[in-house]
Design a protein around this ligand. Structure first.
Ligand code: MN
Length: 488
């Protein structure tokens, strides 16, 4: 059994008066002693009592229990991460680490979850920055003071909400340095915590923790499925928003589409789950086109690949390829229908007990057949598939796991992911595509610059699958009817 983690009292290197003076001189040289004294008092007690636990508290407890069972007798450290500088004194929007949010339901910057080993498992503690002290000036003179960044939950409030004891995160690094016994940490989020642990952890052991947390998310619990449903519903509304303003995008650029979708993501969710791909015309052949600064032209296709991330950090990942003027041309439709047929074959292969690779193989086969049929590559189809010749135009895998990360469970071992069989509760994208680059001299000129992808979010169920993004039409004639109705 490992030693209990007891935070060390930080040494008193400065008196309270010195601390105030330091803040005054550093940030606000003009602060008089009278004002400093004045700011200490006259504030109401706003402590909240009797808070209800967050909706997923029961689920996070079960997730922590699974983690505890995997690493008995070891201290486990899972940081939320810190702010990252964008430039000078401005920071990127904060997004808590997936591991921390998954295990706590909390998203507070600088938070750290610690699982302390006990005789029969682990005891969880969440380390957070407490409310600002009003006596020593940090409330209004410190950049992270609540006057600047807003009210935080007190540690007592956080305990009620999260169902986990909360302590002051400023004591954690020193305590971790002092503590003995085996420890593992999730890396890449909090340099301060990593520095405190530097001579206690190894990259190999930490990786095992990361891999476990990735594999733990392969099968979604009920809360997670509901979040993915929400993400898909919001994303569908975001796509409708875009269709309604295509004329404004034509008058400006792809940015109008990006901004329109982003508005929906921010109003209904936390953010977009990944950079929106708003690819008009030949940009659709660039797989991760996120510059989104091109022209939007009637007669071209718009490939929109975007997802709303919910307030609890679950994202959708949906692609539709739409005719900007509402009608596919004959050739666009031929290519679109081929991708649709491939996607149908892929979705049909998603069911419990099927090999993960089946849906990819099913979709690739359809695409290879079409490419041979159109005379773009020499058959037979078996030869094309064996040599992978279709890949000049299909380019990418047909899907991936989806959850808190758009490419979810990415650290899972091959035998647990691509070499596994599907289970109820897994959620994955099925997203075949065909892409004819503008400079591809091996295809007839009229194909060049056309890119089509159709992507849906598919939940494996007990008896097959459920398309979580079915609110958005996929068949070409249904897409056209849907666009016509939205444009009025
Ligand atoms: Mn995807």
């Amino acid at each position: 059994m490992a030693e209990e983690l007891t935070p060390e009292t930080p040494e008193e290197t400065e008196t309270e008066e010195q601390a105030i003076k330091q803040r005054k001189n550093g940030l606000y040289p003009g602060v008089s002693d009278e004002l400093a004294e004045n700011m200490k008092s006259g504030w109401a007690d706003t402590e909240l009592h009797g808070l209800e636990p967050i909706a997923q508290a029961g689920h996070t407890a079960a997730r922590r229990a699974a983690l505890s069972a995997r690493f008995p007798g070891e201290r486990l450290v899972i940081p939320a991460g810190n702010l990252k500088t964008r430039s000078n004194d401005t920071e990127y929007a904060f997004r808590a680490s997936t591991e921390y949010a998954y295990l706590t339901g909390d998203q507070t910057q600088d938070g750290v979850l610690v699982l302390e080993p006990t005789a029969d498992g682990h005891e969880a503690t969440i380390y957070l920055l407490p409310r600002s002290n009003r006596e020593n000036g940090e409330f209004w003179l410190d950049g992270q003071g609540e006057l600047w960044v807003g009210r935080r939950h007190s540690l007592a409030e956080a305990e009620q909400l999260l169902g986990v004891p909360a302590k002051d995160v400023r004591e954690l690094a020193a305590a971790l340095k002092e503590a003995t016994g085996p420890v593992r940490a999730v890396r890449g989020h909090d340099a301060g915590i990593e520095a405190a642990l530097t001579d206690k952890v190894t990259a190999e052991r930490d990786e095992e923790l990361r891999v476990f947390l990735s594999e733990a998310r392969l099968v979604k619990d009920a809360f997670e499925v509901a979040e993915l449903e929400k993400a898909c519903a919001s994303t569908a509304r975001g796509f409708e928003d875009v269709v309604k303003v295509l004329d404004k995008a034509e008058a400006t650029s792809e940015r109008y589409i990006e901004g329109t979708f982003f508005l929906r993501a921010r109003v209904e969710g936390n953010d977009i789950g990944y950079g929106s791909i708003c690819a008009a015309g030949p940009h659709a052949t660039t797989l991760h086109w996120v510059r989104n600064d091109g022209d939007v032209r009637s007669g071209d296709l718009l490939l929109l690949d975007a997802g709303v991330e919910t307030t609890e950090l679950y994202t959708a990942d949906i692609t539709r390829t739409l005719p900007i003027n509402g009608r596919y041309t004959e050739l666009q439709r031929k290519i679109y229908d081929a991708v649709y047929e491939a996607q149908e074959a892929g979705i049909a292969a998603v069911k419990p007990g099927a090999a993960y690779r089946d849906f990819h193989d099913a979709a690739q086969r359809v695409l290879a057949e079409k490419l041979v049929e159109w005379g773009l590559v020499e058959g037979p189809v078996e030869r094309v598939l064996e040599l992978g010749l279709q890949r000049r135009w299909t380019l990418h895998g047909t899907g991936h796991m989806l959850g808190m990360d758009v490419h979810d469970c990415a650290a899972a071992r091959t035998e647990m992911y691509v070499d596994t069989t599907l289970e109820p509760g897994m959620c994955l994208t099925v997203e075949p595509g065909l892409y004819f680059q503008a400079d591809d001299l091996t295809v007839p000129e009229e194909y060049r610059g056309i890119g089509v992808r159709i992507e849906d979010d598919i939940l494996v169920t007990e008896d097959g699958n459920r398309n979580l993004s079915e609110a958005l039409p996929r068949r070409a004639d249904e897409v056209e009817a849907w666009m016509a109705a939205l444009k009025g």
